[in-house]
Design a protein around this ligand. Sequence first.
Ligand SMILES: [Ca+2]
Length: 289
Amino acid sequence: MRPLATHGKRITDFTSWRGLLVLTGVLDDAEATDSLVRSPSGAALWLGEVDDIWQMGEPRGQGGPWKDTAVSANTPSDPYLMYGYDRKELTLTTSNAATITVEVDFLADGTWSTYQSFTLSAGETLTHLFPEGFHAHWVRVVSDTATTATAQLTYGPADQRDSFLDWGRELGLPTAAGRTALAYANPDGDPWINLFEFIFGTDPFTPTVWPLDISADGMEIVLRNLTATDEIHVAFESTTDLLSDWHPRPDLVTVHPDQSGVSAEFTRWHFAFDPDDEPVRFVRLSASL
Ligand SMILES: [Ca+2]
């Protein structure tokens, strides 16, 4: 058993047909290719080779044999699959001081070898990165002490998720039509399309009141921390007379000194006004995919 790909696609059904692999869940706006068969009603199927699965995204995942699990001394956990993943990181936590030994079964033949033992104090969390190129088929853990412990593994590059689509899926928003359709939909009919609900961290099903605080010296707003892989670009733009062009003004934006009440995935920003030499300033927030 080994993973071939981790894809994040919404595959609702699959089958084989005349030696081909057939998948459902084609995006409404997917480009026409030789692999797609579309009916007059628009429903589409993907037909390809089983080996095409290798191209759908490097295997990755998170899980493990223990999660806040009450464990007995010297009793190995269930085996957990390790084979086929590239980067492998282990997180161990224990409520009581314990030595937790990681064992691996290299060949899936039931022969367990000690990989390494980790001695943890009560309440300690330890993270261990397996060496590059280390491969085994199964991994399990065993504690020398009865305790409540967690052993979780993070496999593969963690940065290939689409956080915007993940956000939509978790909230039950329709995501089959892709990022753009998700971004522009506005199920609660407030002034904010889903793209801004994602950036503000607001509920796309409940109309949101004006999310800005404005005072004499500037504007405050809490925004989601975006990375390059999110492929969402946010800019503060400004003009002093509405007649000239809007200009991005990153120079006026600073991290607000007060981050109270702001969760780790967000930052409160301050967009500065200067009432002395700029009696009027218009500000807008732009976002693009
Ligand atoms: Ca909305």
